[in-house]
Design a protein around this ligand. Structure first.
Ligand code: PXP
Length: 238
C-alpha cells in the first residue's frame, strides 16, 4: 500500500500572500522524509496554486514518484511531455470549483482522449483517470488505454461511519472490475486519518492520494510527522 502526498495546499498558502514561502518543493522533500511513496501536484489551468516552476523542480528534486494531476487539454499534454512525471492522472476541471468535483465522465467521450492517452504513454508516462466508483466508467477507462484508475472517494468521505457500507461495496466492485481489466487501482479525494481506515479492506487499492488532511495536520505537527502518521495508518501499524 502506497501513499502519495498532494502538496497543492502548500502552494495555496504561498499564493495567499503571493510570496515565495512556503515552498512546495521543500514540502515535497519533507513528505518524502516522513515516508511518502510519492508526491502529487495538480497543475490547474488557472494556476491557482501549483505553477510550472513547482512541477519542474519537484520532478528534479524528489527521489520517489511524481504524479501530475491535470485536465486533458493540449496545453497540459505539452507540459507533461516536456516534464515527464512518472504518472499523469487525468481529471475534469471546471472553472471556479473549490476542488475537483467528480470523476471524469468517460461514457460520451470522443476517441481523441484515446489518442491523448497514447501520446502520453509513448512518452513513457503511466496514465490514469480519476473516475467515480462505477463499473461502466472503469471499463471505458480500460478501453481508451488508461493503465490505472483513481477511484473518487469524495462521496464516501461525506458519509458517517454507519452509512459507509454500501459505498465501500460500490468502491470494492469498481476496484475488482478494474483489476479484471488489468488496471491498477488508486483512490483519493477527501480522505483523512479516520476515514481511510475502512478503505484498507479493499485489497485491490494499491495507492492513496491524500493532500488536504495531511497539510492541515502539518500546521500543528510539521509535514514530516503528519505524513508519517498517515503512513502508519495506511500501512496498518496502528
Ligand atoms: N485525487 C484527485 C484527483 C484530486 O483532485 C485531489 C484534490 O486535489 C486529491 C486526490 C486529493 O484530495 P484531498 O486534498 O482532499 O486529499
Amino acid at each position: 500500500m502506497e501513499l502519495s502526498v498532494n502538496v497543492d495546499h502548500i502552494a495555496t498558502l504561498r499564493e495567499a500572500r503571493k510570496e515565495e514561502i512556503p515552498d512546495p518543493i521543500y514540502a515535497a522533500v519533507e513528505a518524502e522524509l516522513g515516508g511518502a511513496d510519492g508526491i502529487t501536484v495538480h497543475l490547474r489551468g488557472d494556476r491557482r496554486h501549483i505553477k510550472e516552476r513547482d512541477l519542474q523542480l519537484i520532478n528534479k528534486v524528489i527521489k520517489t514518484d511524481l504524479t501530475l494531476e491535470m485536465a486533458a487539454t493540449q496545453e497540459m499534454a505539452s507540459i507533461a511531455v516536456r516534464v515527464k512525471p512518472d504518472y499523469v492522472t487525468l481529471v475534469s476541471e471546471s472553472p471556479g470549483e473549490v476542488t475537483t468535483q467528480g470523476g471524469m465522465n468517460l461514457l460520451n467521450i470522443k476517441e481523441d482522449l484515446k489518442l491523448f492517452i497514447s501520446n502520453l504513454r509513448e512518452n513513457g508516462i503511466i496514465v490514469g483517470i480519476f473516475v467515480d466508483p462505477d463499473i461502466e466508467q472503469v471499463k471505458e477507462a480500460a478501453r481508451i488505454g488508461a493503465q490505472y484508475i483513481e477511484i473518487n472517494t469524495n462521496e464516501y468521505s461525506k458519509l458517517k461511519r454507519k452509512q459507509i457500507r454500501n459505498e465501500i461495496i460500490k468502491i470494492a466492485r469498481a476496484a475488482k472490475a478494474a483489476r479484471r481489466e488489468g488496471l491498477d487501482i488508486h483512490a483519493g479525494h477527501a480522505l483523512n486519518y479516520q476515514n481511510v481506515n475502512s478503505l484498507l479492506t479493499v485489497s485491490e487499492i494499491t495507492n492513496f492520494s491524500i493532500g488536504f488532511a495531511i497539510i492541515a495536520r502539518a500546521v500543528f505537527v510539521g509535514l514530516r510527522q503528519a505524513t508519517n502518521e498517515m503512513v502508519q495508518v495506511i500501512k496498518g501499524v496502528r
